[in-house]
Write a protein that binds this ligand. Structure first.
Ligand SMILES: Nc1ncnc2c1ncn2[C@@H]1O[C@H](COP(=O)(O)OP(=O)(O)OP(=O)(O)O)[C@@H](O)[C@H]1O
Ligand SMILES: [Mg+2]
Length: 256
């Protein structure tokens, strides 16, 4: 796993300030723009562990806080990732918080304000967070699978940064650094991405992420034909509509 993080803005500075001041941080931004990468690189820089939890509609408070398990005929308590992070003084990274259920939201609220504690109702215990504990959450504002919305009482508990895709020259530098693709081809891939990102007419549910560009570059470095690599790594994942996919492939063929 690489820990490279490149930034358009002040994400690193804000992250460090939140860590120092024990403020919870919300990262919003489209898929594959580097939200998880920011958290990993900062954890490395600050020398703390990360406990990552991806929320979905089935994730309940016990999955996060902990539960009794039966092992060898004995009933034992097992801390969940939130409790582990709170005790150890790690970064808790709650991904896709928009998908979190109400009981999960209720369980995490006391960690996001001055209390910085977690209540384990099954043990009737209150655990205060270690001084190095940091709460980071993320969501993609353009993508809401369910009907759930993050409540403003939750949103207003976080310092919030909005991430976007890197500007073109940085995005091609990142591709080169990660894959050792040549500058020229990396630039062409980023040109494809820029054009697709500008095209509202395709009505894509999500636009092309840096993640897809890195994948295309990996395939090219592996020896695959450039156009085919971009077709399968960029055009196909973006749409189910064959006409749209063909239009994206045409755009790719012109640019690379
Ligand atoms: N700003 C960036 N700096 C470094 N790497 C990046 C950056 N943006 C994207 N990447 C690359 O793209 C990949 C996807 O990034 P990442 O997993 O951080 O996206 P994300 O915003 O967490 O997406 P998702 O919302 O889908 O979880 C990373 O593995 C990394 O290689
Ligand atoms: Mg992520």
């Amino acid at each position: 796993m690489n820990e490279i993080f490149l930034s358009n803005g002040n994400e690193v500075e804000v992250f460090e300030r939140c860590y120092r001041n024990k403020l919870p941080l919300m990262i919003k931004g489209p898929t594959g723009c580097g939200k998880s990468q920011l958290v990993l690189s900062m954890a490395k820089k600050l020398g703390v562990n990360v406990f990552s939890v991806a929320c979905n509609e089935d994730t309940n408070a016990a999955d996060l806080l902990g539960r009794y398990i039966i092992k060898g005929g004995e009933t034992l308590w097992k801390d969940g990732p939130v409790t582990q992070a709170v005790k150890e003084g790690a970064i808790l990274y709650l991904d896709e918080i928009a998908e979190a259920r109400e009981d999960v939201v209720v369980a995490i609220h006391p960690l996001t304000d001055h209390r910085r504690e977690v209540y384990l109702d099954k043990l009737s215990q209150v655990i205060s967070a270690h001084s190095n504990f940091m709460f980071v959450a993320s969501y993609n504002p353009g993508y809401q699978r369910g009907v759930r919305q993050i409540k403003s009482s939750t949103k207003q508990r976080f310092v919030t940064i909005h991430m976007t895709y890197l500007e073109p020259s940085m995005e091609s530098n990142l591709i080169c650094e990660l894959t050792h693709l040549s500058q020229g081809v990396a630039k062409s891939i980023v040109t494809i991405a820029t054009r697709i990102r500008q095209m509202a007419e395709y009505q894509l549910s999500a636009t092309v992420s840096t993640r897809l560009l890195v994948r295309a570059a990996q395939l090219i470095v592996d020896g695959m034909d450039k156009r085919s690599a971009c077709h399968i790594a960029i055009a196909e994942p973006l749409s189910e509509d064959r006409q749209v996919v063909e239009a994206l492939k045409d755009l790719i063929n012109i640019a690379i």
